[in-house]
Design a protein around this ligand. Structure first.
Ligand code: ADP
Ligand code: MG
Length: 688
């Protein structure tokens, strides 16, 4: 049941004066919602300063400005298509107002020679002369007429003018109750100099004066409200989890040590830290929800495998879930290689296992003789039963959104969950993107990796690239060749066309894999490439995650300028996994702009995924970051990740603290928070 105090905000948009049945759908489209409240969340993009300037000398072409001057002359058009002109004079110079197709009598009535007028509009430059064409306002200062000091400017949609949207927003402001309790703490309000909730909305939709700092503070306050609403939901989920029982997976240190000492290498200190985090969580009697984030090759599998060992030695089973068949198989092989020799029972289960092999695996899972299983989503469908599932590990989590993951967690019946992602996310965004998860980061690569040499090359030099590729293939190395599209007759850089062309040039079999192939066809192509039957694989970005081919030494990416940096970085991570020197060739089609060049240059300069993600974020904003869009982290309505990401951790602490103190939300602040949650949590949008 919705709180009565919010009823007026959740009235339909057409309850506002001026919005009838015809405008209703137009407004709904614009604000992406059907309530008065949705309209209020459609904040202005910017504000126009309509204060009257001191003199014409201050006018800058390209700006909207307001000035006062005396009407000096009316000039009729030279030709039919030329404008009527009114000249204003203010003692410092002239301003020419132009009017196309105007009635001269009406115009002269508006601008009587010798009278003062205030005009407001866009200033242009015409052959060195300051002009204003069709002013937005023409006012008489003698009658004390003034334009509004400031005017909010909204993003619009066809069929709506700024004035209409502004008037609707003003009407909507009347629906905001005056008696809403404050849900933010006093200290925060004072420290940050934030206005109250209603005042913040008024300060944006109906500001009294032009003050950029004030606008920013109002927006910040509402962004914080939104972050707090969302974090309140997460804090509840966390609390519910903390109250849920889970087996405390306590094991002797020996089981872990036995695996650790069997490794042919030393663990990195980042891996050791992550194992400690995970072990700590598993030993608690409530469910773990932890994200393990680390660049490709940072060694996440080992950390997860040790978690599985801990589960097994405490008497439970562990399941690994990967987004694709190939990745599931690969994971199975990695885990089996580590743990098989030590006597662990490891199995694979994917949708493709059939017949007696499948029956055997199902039985082993049900009776507990299989301790660790790696598979696809199939693991949690089709009546697969576990004897005692204690841990689930989800690989490449960015393929699944926050909501998917929550759904999975409810279905999986495994109390503890570790999710892994190879998508580096700027630290400032990590919490926003990973929602309710605790985070461990592998920010250190295992030692001894060969750096990958990255080159940025114009595709006019394609023949040189093909030569180099041919030489590598002659040395029995493998080459990935990535194209941005599957198939297009008019584009030779699409996968199907490029594969045919390369086959012709190289006189060698060329593998081809793209999203339109069936799963089995994809696997076959990848397998042929892995085994060396084909030495070059033309692909779209389906190979982006996970695929491990140690002999691959060259990664060619065509039209690299069109990809996100994180994506290019992940593609690059497909090479440089063996002992041989590897290259990444980023082909672009000239000409490209400075920004595109700077982005590719970043990639050439560094292999540090976090640094690359930061650069991508800085250059293109959060929406383009790999994994951010899917995560749902960009669906904030007010909060702008590029501006307000730092508010999220503050809101998280705030929400957790508030809910620990008052889990029933019955206290004064609790009740206020509960109102806020109704107003701004994403679940309200989903209708839950
Ligand atoms: P990712 O984080 O991309 O999943 P993997 O877990 O597949 O990385 O590890 C990549 C490779 O690095 C594997 O071959 C693994 O055996 C190896 N590896 C993992 N940890 C270390 C380490 N500490 N030292 C050396 N090699 C390691
Ligand atoms: Mg991996």
């Amino acid at each position: 049941m919705r709180d009565e105090r919010l009823f007026s905000l959740f009235e339909p948009i057409d309850s506002l004066t001026g919005i009838g049945p015809k405008l209703k759908p137009v407004f709904e489209r614009l604000v992406d919602g059907e309530h008065v409240w949705d309209l209020l969340l459609h904040l202005p993009d910017r504000w126009l300063d309509r204060r009257v300037k001191a003199s014409f000398e201050e006018l800058v072409p390209g700006e909207v400005a307001t000035v006062q001057g005396e009407v000096h002359a009316y000039k009729a058009p030279y030709t039919d298509r030329a404008p009527h002109r009114i000249q204003l004079f203010d003692g410092t110079g002239f301003l020419t107002l132009t009017f196309f197709r105007a009635d001269p009598r009406w115009l002269q009535g508006q601008f009587p020679i010798g009278k003062e007028r205030i005009v407001s509009g866009l200033i242009t430059d015409y052959q060195g002369e300051r002009q204003m064409s069709h002013p937005d306002y023409v006012l008489d200062p003698v009658k004390s007429e003034r334009p509004p000091a400031v005017e909010p400017i909204y993003r619009l949609t066809a069929g709506l003018t700024n004035k209409r949207v502004h008037n609707a927003a003003l009407a909507a402001l009347e629906h905001v109750p005056d008696d809403l309790p404050e849900w933010l703490g006093n200290d925060l309000l004072t420290d940050r100099k934030w206005p109250a909730f209603k005042a913040a909305l008024q300060g944006l939709h109906a500001p009294q004066s032009f003050d950029e700092d004030a606008f920013a503070l109002c927006k910040e306050r509402l962004a914080y409200d939104e972050a707090l609403a969302r974090e309140t939901v997460f804090a509840f989920a966390r609390l519910a989890r903390a109250q849920k029982d889970a087996p405390a997976l306590v094991s002797s240190i020996e089981a872990l040590n036995r695996v650790a000492t069997s490794l042919p290498y030393k663990m990195t200190s980042a891996q050791i830290r992550a194992v400690k985090d995970v072990s700590g969580d598993l030993a608690e009697a409530h469910p773990m929800r932890r994200m393990l984030q680390g660049d490709v090759g940072s060694g996440k599998t080992l950390v997860a495998t040790l978690a599985a060992v801990k589960a097994v030695s405490a008497g439970y089973q562990a399941a690994f879930m990967a987004p694709t068949e190939v990745l599931a198989r690969q994971q199975y092989e990695n885990i089996a290689a580590l743990l098989g020799p030590l006597g662990y029972e490891v199995a694979a289960l994917t949708g493709r296992d059939r017949g007696t092999a499948r029956e055997g695996t199902l039985m082993g899972l049900a009776d507990g003789s299989i301790q660790i299983v790696a598979g696809t989503q199939a693991l949690f469908q089709e009546g697969v039963r576990f004897n005692k599932l204690g841990l689930i590990v989800v690989d490449e989590q960015h393929r699944f959104g926050v909501m998917d993951r929550m759904r999975l967690a409810s279905k999986a019946a495994a109390p503890h969950m570790l999710v892994m992602s190879a998508t580096p996310i700027p630290r400032t965004l990590a919490q926003a993107v990973h929602g309710d998860l605790d985070i461990s980061i592998l920010d250190e690569k295992p030692p001894g990796r060969q750096p990958i040499e990255t080159r940025v090359i114009a595709d006019t030099r394609l023949d040189e690239v093909v030569d180099a590729v041919g030489r590598a293939m002659a040395r029995d190395e493998r080459v990935f060749w990535v194209c941005p599209r599957v198939d297009a007759d008019d584009d030779d850089a699409s996968a199907v066309q490029r594969a045919a062309m390369l086959q012709d040039w190289l006189k060698a079999p060329v593998g081809l894999v793209h999203g339109r192939l069936r799963g089995e066809e994809k696997d076959e192509a990848l397998e042929a490439f892995r085994s060396g039957k084909t030495r070059i694989l033309v692909a779209t970005t389906v190979i982006e995650v996970g695929v491990d081919v140690p002999d691959a030494t060259i990664m060619v990416i065509e039209r690299a300028e069109g990809f996100g940096l994180a994506q290019l970085h992940q593609l690059r991570g497909r090479v440089g996994r063996g002992t041989r020197k590897s290259y990444c060739l980023l082909l672009y089609r000239p000409p490209i702009g400075d920004l595109a060049r700077e982005r590719l240059e970043t990639l050439r300069r560094t292999e540090d995924g976090f640094e690359i993600a930061e650069a991508d974020f800085r250059l293109r904003g959060p929406g383009d970051l790999l994994g951010v869009r899917q995560s749902g982290a960009v669906d904030y309505r007010v909060l702008d990740l590029a501006e307000h990401a730092d508010l999220i951790p503050v809101a998280r602490t705030d929400a957790r603290y508030a809910i620990e103190r008052d889990p029933g939300l019955t206290g004064e602040r609790g009740q206020a928070l509960s109102l806020l949650r109704e107003l701004l949590s994403p679940l309200v949008r989903e209708g839950k």
